[in-house]
Design a protein around this ligand. Structure first.
Ligand code: HEC
Length: 208
């Protein structure tokens, strides 16, 4: 009888323990749910963090949505001293316009910069001689994406967003590799002492 009582108490105690643990778990999840909106507000308050969170992955579709909807590239700045319509060279369009996002503009303004930061996006519009938009070619720096060649994610789109090439196309990298010391950029002078060099290999035919 005595033994039975002890067993009963042990049983009761373990039931109480299980119940209280269960409650604790529930309390924590409830607490999390209450705190979530506050945390969201904090993020949207910090412009930088919101911007980071909104950056696309190394994905042509995500990048297209970013440059056309999240942060329309037509609202960005032209590359400094390379504003508006410029005569293009093969393999890109006969006429072109180069847009740089705010982050890239800050990098260009920073004389001490020798390369673009992660997250920088550069969009080039490539036009036919009659000024019809033929293609968009984009360079987007993604940390760890392709470290041997500057971590640039490359993409080429039709004006309607159809992806013609993306990721690490050998053509883009091969030709832009000639200006690796300028962070793979032909336009401008990010590397500091690189002569602007718009020459290219005419044998390679790309119709953009
Ligand atoms: C055969 C050489 C060549 C190939 C291939 C090539 N590019 Fe370019 N690219 C250039 C040159 C030259 C410029 C400078 C254009 C100008 O201002 O006349 C340029 C400019 C650019 C720019 C503007 C930033 C900069 O570097 O000046 C982007 C963005 C770009 N190319 C993306 C691409 C993408 C994406 C591909 C592959 C689909 C590609 N390019 C393939 C030669 C090339």
């Amino acid at each position: 009888m005595h033994k039975g009582l002890i067993l009963l108490m042990i049983l009761l105690l373990s039931v109480m323990l299980v119940v209280s643990c269960g409650r604790k778990g529930k309390d924590i999840s409830e607490m999390g749910a209450e705190e979530a909106p506050a945390a969201e507000e904090a993020v949207s308050d910090a412009d930088d963090m919101a911007e980071m969170a909104a950056m696309p992955g190394a994905d042509a579709g995500e990048l297209w949505n970013f440059i056309t909807e999240t942060s329309p590239y037509t609202e960005w700045s032209y590359w400094p001293d390379y504003e508006g319509y410029q005569p293009g060279k093969s393999p890109h369009g006969a006429i072109l316009r180069v847009f740089v996002d705010e982050h890239g503009m800050a990098n260009i303004a920073d004389d001490m910069k020798s390369s673009m930061d992660n997250g920088v996006v550069i969009v080039k519009e490539n036009f036919m001689p009659d000024t019809t938009l033929a293609a968009l070619t984009v360079m987007y720096k993604v940390e760890g994406f392709n470290p041997e060649v500057g971590d640039w994610f490359w993409a080429k789109y039709s004006p309607d967003g159809t992806v013609a090439a993306s990721g690490t196309p050998a053509g883009c990298i091969g030709c832009h590799g000639g200006v690796a010391s300028n962070d793979y950029l032909f336009t401008g002078n990010v590397g500091g002492d690189v002569e602007e060099e718009h020459e290219h290999d005419d044998d390679e035919k790309y119709e953009d």
